[in-house]
Design a protein around this ligand. Sequence first.
Ligand code: ZN
Length: 217
Amino acid sequence: MSKTPHEIKKEVVLYSHIMDEKGLVNSLEGNLSILDRESGLLYITPTATRKAFLDEDMIAVMDGDEQVGGSVRRSSEYLLHKVALESRPDCNAVLHCHSPYLTAYAFCGKGVDIDCSTTFSILHDGIPCIPYGEPGKIDITNGLKDAIQSHDIVLLANHGIVCVAKDLEHACAVVEATEAVMRIHFLATVQGMTPLSIPEAALEKMKADKRGTAPSK
Ligand SMILES: [Zn+2]
């Protein structure tokens, strides 16, 4: 059974509060959305509002480019969410944030490709970084359509990250776990240590086991 508009808004509010509590979004940075594919409406956090103070009435409802609900103006980044979700019909939720350990790479225009963490390798086949585009403008989505086809997280140069998933629970979980990995990676490298690579064959076997495609012995 599909969710009611109230249930969708409640979910956006809940995960906005959780991400705020974790320091992954703040009043001026980051936004969350859910697309109701039945009605075509996008429910997105409003602009310049402390996420911890959000309630259901404040969630902006977008019908295409028109705001049709919500007591506060929609986030300026709704175009980013719209393009990401148009490109990924298997996903219904977007978390855009400036999570520090991933955004450090985005600030340098670098993608992430590490092979020292099983968590990272299960979740990602590398994380690409697309070129800079002005926030709030359609330019920010240049390169996003292609990059997000095969990656759930894409870095936006000099800006932040965008993560798509089937729902907000998964989007937030993937960003939290990836940030945790990148924090550990930073802690190792900042001390001058080099993380060990997990042997490629072991990583491939693990991924195949997860997919249930490992050859039976
Ligand atoms: Zn942003």
